[in-house]
Design a protein around this ligand. Structure first.
Ligand SMILES: Cc1cc2nc3c(=O)[nH]c(=O)nc-3n(C[C@H](O)[C@H](O)[C@H](O)COP(=O)(O)O)c2cc1C
Length: 227
């Protein structure tokens, strides 16, 4: 029986879009006869050498490694980098395992993920000897409302496209075929890309920052580098 591990790479933990995706996949795995377990929270396993070793041993037991993580500064959160570094140091144990990263970001366009992060994950896979079976880049992942504890099924039409892609990804795991590299724009914000809307967005964001600064005792008029 094929088995797969869900590496949950969001520092937010349980309430994250990454975890919502993992939970949906966990259910799909069960339905499709892929052996799995609860999502494996990277943030709990990169804190000590001992826990890191446990993670490495756990990973050895799985045929498919699915990494689900957010995009941070166009690349990976530190906990994911740590895990990848540990795997690279022990690469011989993971050769030919199938690897599939699912990355979500805040901005709507998935190119924020595909331009830099996906090539880095690809390079990681190639270096370690993992088999790249595809990737999924999800723009506007914040809209999945994982941080509010929502499951994909609870997001109305919003999670529909994502769930469909995940179903196809699992199908490809079952048939041992390549999924390919897919990028989804969950919704478009092109409406904001005209002059008036741009001005409005800058105004409303500045207002938000000022309010937050005032609330936290910040001096919004400070110009510390002006002299
Ligand atoms: C430190 C940090 C850096 C981020 N960098 C980016 C970025 O470069 N591009 C982007 O589109 N979103 C960025 N985001 C937004 C997250 O990718 C987005 O909120 C995502 O949906 C979080 O997923 P999660 O709930 O699975 O953690 C960043 C968020 C944080 C906290």
């Amino acid at each position: 029986m094929t088995n797969a591990i869900l590496l949950m790479g969001s520092p937010r933990g349980r309430k994250s879009s990454s975890n919502a995706i993992c939970l949906f996949l966990q259910e799909l795995f069960e339905k499709n006869g892929i052996e799995s377990q609860e999502p494996f929270f990277l943030r709990n396993h990169v804190t000590t050498e001992e826990k890191m070793n446990d993670m490495l041993v756990t990973l050895e037991q799985f045929d498919i490694i699915v990494l689900v993580a957010p995009l941070y500064d166009d690349t990976s959160p530190a906990i994911v980098v740590k895990a990848m570094e540990a795997v690279s140091r022990n690469s011989s144990k993971y050769v030919n395992k199938r690897f599939f990263p699912i990355i979500n970001c805040g901005l709507p366009e998935p190119f924020h993920i595909t331009e830099v992060a996906i090539p880095i994950y690809h390079k990681f896979a190639t270096t370690v000897g993992l088999q790249w079976v595809g990737s999924l880049a999800l723009g506007a992942g914040e809209g999945l409302q994982g941080k509010d504890g929502k499951l994909l099924n609870d997001t109305g039409g919003f999670g529909e496209k994502v769930m469909k892609s995940l179903e196809r990804a699992v199908e490809s795991f079952v048939t041992n075929s390549e999924f390919g590299d897919e990028a989804l724009e969950i919704f478009s914000l092109k409406i904001f890309y005209n002059r008036i809307m741009r001005k409005f967005m800058v105004w409303t964001n500045n207002r938000g920052w000022r309010k937050m600064a005032q609330k936290n005792g910040g001096d919004v008029a400070a110009r510390p580098y002006s002299q």
